[in-house]
Structure formats: C-alpha cells, structure tokens
Design a protein around this ligand. Structure first.
Ligand code: PMP
Length: 285
C-alpha cells in the first residue's frame, strides 16, 4: 500500500515524494531528523521530539521553514492520513538544494519530510532472553567535531559500528567515546543496574539524550530507584547486575553479555523487567 508522505507542505503519495539530487541532506548529510512512536493513535512525547528537532536544527544553523506548532500539526496529519494507530514517524529536515559546494548559504528551500509507517522491532526472542553486545572499534563522534546531542543526518560512524555488530552476529553494538568511556549504542542508550542503583552515561560522555532514556529515568525515580548519570567504562558493564538499552523503537531491552562476558545472571533482570512493564503501561494506557 502506498503511503502518504508529507513533503513541501502537502501530503503526496510516496511515488511522488522525491527531493532534488542537489539537496545537501543527500550530498553532505546536512540536516536533522527525529524518530517518534505513535501509541494508540497518539504521538508519544510529541513536544519533546519537536523541541529536540528544533534544537538540533538551531545547533547546525538550519532554519526550519515552519513553526513548531505547524510541525506538530503536520506530524498529526501525516499519522491520520496513513491510519497509523501504532507505528513510527520519521521526521527529516534537510538543508535544501544547493550547489555542489558545501556552502549552506548557497542552498534554498529546506525540505520538511514526514513519513508515518508501521514499526519494525527487534525480534521477540531478544526481549525474552536479552541481547548480546560487542564493543565496536568505531568510536562515537567527538563532540568537538559533531556533537552527538545533535540528531543529524550524519550517522556514518554509527553505521560503521552497526556493521561491526552485524559482522559479530549482534543486532546492536556498544560505542565508546574518545576517552574510552561508554557512550551509547548505534541507535540506543545504555543503562546498568549495580547494587540497586540505575546508572547511565551523562550527556558529556558524548551521547544523544534519548527521550526514552529520559522517560525511563523518570519511571525509575518514581519507582524509588536511585538514578545516577555517571561516566562508565566497559568493566562497569561486565560486572553489572543488569544491563539494558532504551530507544524509541527498542523501548527497553535487556543486554545479557558484552564482548563474551555474561552480565549478571545471563538473563533479563528483575529491575529491567519492572522498568519495561512500567514503560509499557505509560505508553499503552
Ligand atoms: N542514541 C542514538 C545514537 C540514537 O540514534 C537514538 C535514537 N534511535 C537513541 C540513542 C535513543 O533515543 P530515543 O530514545 O530518543 O529514540
């Protein structure tokens, strides 16, 4: 079935949803994006995603041609036009078409693209039994080069790390920062539980401040679990009692080994299971 895509202010059939080959989003990865869930017909963390999109754009000096309120409405309209009650929205803003040089001053018409579709999840088996992880040799972008806090169209370092995971037979891969500390995975944030305390790397570790990460930290605090944003190294994960990842698509998923070291009992842990249940309640109620 053909999807209705929001492009240049209109909903058009996907076959007609095309952008210029001179768009700097394509030529240079010059643009920003968001991935958003829809649960029960409602856009989850709608304001937070819109705010993060405009903050990413501000950081790369990209002026989005519509207001946040118009963007919110466009997302809702695209979801409705495709009859999505439970699904995924991809929101992309490119720099627009320009010359073959990188100069953004010589581009015009930033493109706002919204795709609302069904979601593809990790296999259920991984939720039941937990996933294995390897550490990629590709490090996360140095924040002095391109801040990971910007959700930009430059995902090549994550793509390279993902390939390392695939080569090793894992669906995700852990990325370290330039200091050798744990940052995040290629498309998910990472948490551990040690002695009842929930720990995750702080933004300064060079991570995308995942909105699922934020929601899970809030749920944990409400559940009386101490939450600490603190630098972590691989050893902390090896000796953790539990480990899990969070992300828009993944929600909450247990990690049971890293680089061949079994984490905790080798099965999804009780706090992970409790947080997943709380997250499901939050999103499905
Ligand atoms: N880190 C990276 C690099 C990501 O691309 C994502 C989003 N897929 C996340 C973390 C998780 O962020 P969120 O919970 O907002 O989806």
């Amino acid at each position: 079935m053909s999807l209705q895509i929001y492009l240049a202010g209109k909903l058009v059939p996907q076959e007609q949803a095309v952008v210029s080959v001179f768009d700097h989003g394509l030529l240079y990865g010059d643009g920003v994006f968001e991935g958003i869930r829809v649960y029960g017909g409602k856009v989850f963390l709608e304001d937070e995603h819109i705010i993060r999109l405009y903050e990413s754009a501000k950081s790369i000096r990209l002026e989005i041609p519509i207001t946040p309120a118009e963007m919110t409405q466009a997302v809702r309209d695209t979801v409705a036009a495709n009859n999505i009650t439970d699904g995924y929205v991809r929101l992309v803003v490119t720099r627009g078409a320009g010359t073959l040089g990188i100069d953004p001053a010589r581009t015009s018409n930033p493109q706002v693209i919204i795709i609302a579709d069904k979601i593809s999840l990790y296999p259920q088996e991984l939720y039941d039994n937990g996933m294995r992880l390897i550490t990629a040799s590709t490090i996360r972008n140095h924040s002095g080069a391109l801040s990971p806090r910007i959700k930009s169209l430059n995902y090549l370092n994550n793509v390279l790390a993902k390939i390392e995971g695939t080569d090793a037979g894992t669906v995700e891969a852990l990325m370290l920062n330039h200091k050798g500390e744990v940052a995040e995975c290629t498309g998910d944030n990472i948490f551990i539980i040690k002695d009842g305390v929930l720990k995750t790397p702080p933004p300064e570790a060079g991570i995308l401040e995942g909105l699922t990460r934020g929601a899970v930290m809030k749920l944990a605090t409400e559940a009386g679990i101490e939450v600490r944003q603190t630098p972590l190294v691989r050893h902390d994960i090896f000796v953790a009692d539990e480990c899990f990842l969070t992300g828009t698509a993944a929600e909450v998923i247990a990690v049971v080994s890293l680089d061949g070291r079994i984490i905790g009992s080798g099965k999804p842990g009780p706090i992970t299971a409790d947080l997943l249940e709380r997250f499901r309640k939050l999103t499905r109620s």
